[in-house]
Design a protein around this ligand. Sequence first.
Ligand SMILES: [Zn+2]
Length: 462
Amino acid sequence: MTHGPIVVLHDHLDGGVRPATVLELALRYGVSTPADDIAGLTEWMTITPDLPVTEAFGRFELVGKVLQTSEALRRVAIEAVEDLAADGVIHAELRFAPLLHTLGGLAPAEVIAAVEAGFEAAEATTGLSATLIVCAMRDQPLAITDLAVDAAIDAAAGRVVGVDLAGIETGHPATAHASALERAQLAGLGITIHAGEMDGVHQIQAALDACNPTRIGHGWRVIDDCTVDDGRIVALGSVATALRDSGALLEICPTSNESLGLPVADHPMRMLADAGFRICLNPDDRSITTTSARRELHRVTEVLGVSTLEHAAWAERAAAGAFLSAPDRAGLVSRVRNGWDVAVPRLVHLAERERWEAAGASGVYLPAEFASDGFIHLSGLHQVLTPANRFYRGRTDLVALVVDAHLVANALVWEPGTGTDEYFPHLYGALGADAVIEAIDFPPDTDGAFLLPPALVRVVRR
Ligand SMILES: [Zn+2]
């Protein structure tokens, strides 16, 4: 597949170290390795579904042992940026836990500075902008999380843009770290929390409770709180509703989830996207699961048939979710949008202005008739105009919501309209406000700019 610029938001620095580098650093620092050649070590480092999670974490322990000097940290930071840039990535947020790299006597600030120096050097040669998320480990006490957050806040003037909670989920709810996360948020840092990856929906609830995160790492197990019928989410439980309405971006990592037992073919990413959850694709641990940002795109294209249009939309969501200042984020979004160069098929929904504006806070729009009909009416603008002129002539309280059709394509069902033999796409699910490209005054001063695209008709006609 061809693709445009990629934005990576979920990538562990220690999960992406080249095996050859691990081997070389291990030799230099006298760390013993389970294999003494690159092929053998690569094989050992790659985790598979049959491996217990605790053993999977053992791979990170070996990498951690060789990353205890400024020199080693700077080197792997450079290599990470080089590898991501070669893979088509234009902006990356890399994450790691600085406190795990202080065993050789470095202070957390020195650990962060070494990685930042690596990013600085690699950015100059690759053009990729790289920022840093500080991970706290959820299975460690709050006092340790406080130290990690202190280090992050101290480095916020540099490349540190956010704080993450990583580590073993089971038995370690995010709420135990809420006070530290709140301090980070008050200091202007972005918050993302691993949740609903290895443990259930209650961990997502705990993450939402902990500190209103704008992003969730993985979160795919929210599907357990959704009612699915015929491959489509038809109802949400309380946690799923809270997650969707929070607008939090789910950092989906398909290969990583597969290595822990969820086949890509069974991944609910598409159903979630169609039901109004915001998602983006990420590699998580490039070395440990032998993947890359581009490979994730290819995998879901191959296995789930994800279209280029969907990829473009998800890439844009990633850009919009980046922990950047508002102007920098807007710049990144437009670079991604222009870089993917896809003509966005558009559909129109005629909405009451007041109801649409009220949706602003939650980010999710549900029109009144959704409750009675069970679906949202969509159509091409030319199809809206005819009945609208008949039924709504003279009304000034309406807006035409121009919807990015590829964001909702898989939730559409093509059905006959009421009292007509013409078919219309009905959206079974909520309409995420960010699928709305623009809300134009009705009646518009154009008459057919948004024709229903033939390609989409093929997709939805059943
Ligand atoms: Zn992760």
